[in-house]
Design a protein around this ligand. Sequence first.
Ligand code: SF4
Length: 169
Amino acid sequence: MYTLLKQIAKVGIVSEAPPEADESLRVVRQRLDDAVLKQFGRSLAIRHVDPGSCNGCELEIHMAQAAHYNLEGLGIKFVASPRHADMLLVTGPVSRHMAVALRRTYDAMPDPKLVVAIGDCGSCGGGIFGQSYASCGAVSSVIPVDVAVPGCPPTPLAILQGILTAIQR
Ligand code: SF4
C-alpha cells in the first residue's frame, strides 16, 4: 500500500492530452448550420435506409450524432417515416432483396427530395460486395443519387460534408 501511494505521489494523475481543435470540423459545422437554416428553416429530416451494408457506415453515422460532431445540434434529425423526410441517406450496396423496399421508400418521400449514398459500396459499383446475383451494386443503380460520399467507411466529417453538398445543390 505504501509503495502504491508513493508511486501515485511521484507520477501524479496520468491522463490523455486534450485533443487539438479540429478547424475543418468547425468550418463544416458552421456552413451546415447556415445552409440548414436558409434552405429548411432550421430542421432537416433524414430517413436512413440500409439495404445491404456491413454496418461500418452505420457506426460512423452514429458517431456523427455523438457530442463531438453533434448532428442534432444543427437541427438535423433522423425520422422513422420517409413521408416526413427531406433527405434519404443510404448505406451499403443494394441487395436484390432490398431493391424494391428502397425504391418504395424513395417514392414515398415528398418532393423535392435529396439522396446521399454513403460509403464505397453505395457510391460506386458496390464496393467490396460488387454486383452479383445477390447485389445490385451502387445505390444509383436503383434510385437517383444526388451526392455520393466515398470511403470505407467515410468519417463523420465526410458524412457531414456530403450532407452539406447535397443541401447546397
Ligand atoms: S463502404 Fe465499407 S463500411 Fe460501408 S458498408 Fe461498404 S464495406 Fe461496410
